[in-house]
Design a protein around this ligand. Structure first.
Ligand SMILES: [Zn+2]
Ligand SMILES: [Zn+2]
Length: 166
């Protein structure tokens, strides 16, 4: 690769990284507004329950049917937003070329097949992003005791072949 090509590549890498940052920030803002909407609904549920109680000591809240429907709808709206937040967090991880293990929650690089902490196999194999692979932050690298794949110092399972550390 010529010096000029290298320079061009460097510029486009920086460009795609900046784009990723913009996307991640957009998702983070989405999450923030969803969280605000959730807080708002918690407040409305609380007000509704409060208004249905009287000053009488030990009196049960007297929520009528209409009120109950309102509260249940608010609960559903909260659950829908929580689900959306989960999805957005997944997208943020994908943009950072990471995925979390379904079993133990550990963050792994998207290209690995097996979790580096518990050895759980990821069903979907995502194509390797060369730029992300080059900028992997793992400083100390060891190689797999079986297939010799380069691995981070702290892994307990090889991400490529799934063999446990001896
Ligand atoms: Zn795991
Ligand atoms: Zn291996």
């Amino acid at each position: 690769m010529s010096f000029f090509d290298k320079m061009k590549k460097g510029v486009s890498d920086a460009g795609s990284k900046a784009k990723t940052l913009v996307e991640v920030n957009k998702f983070r803002l989405n999450i923030q507004s969803l969280e605000a909407e959730i807080q708002d609904r918690y407040k409305r549920i609380g007000q509704s329950v409060f208004q249905s109680t009287s000053d009488e000591l030990g009196a049960e809240p007297a929520i009528d049917q209409k009120e109950k429907v309102v509260v249940l709808t608010l609960c559903q709206e909260i659950r829908a937003r929580q689900q959306e937040i989960v999805e957005l967090n997944k997208k943020i991880l994908e943009l950072n070329n990471q995925k979390s293990c379904d079993k133990c929650g550990r963050l792994n690089q998207t290209e690995v097949r097996f979790c580096s902490d518990c050895g759980h196999e990821f069903i979907q194999v995502v194509t390797i992003d060369v730029v992300a692979a080059q900028t992997a932050t793992e400083s100390d690298v060891i190689s797999c005791w079986k297939c010799h794949e380069p691995l981070g110092q702290s892994v307990r399972f090889c991400g490529k072949c799934g063999t446990a550390r001896p």
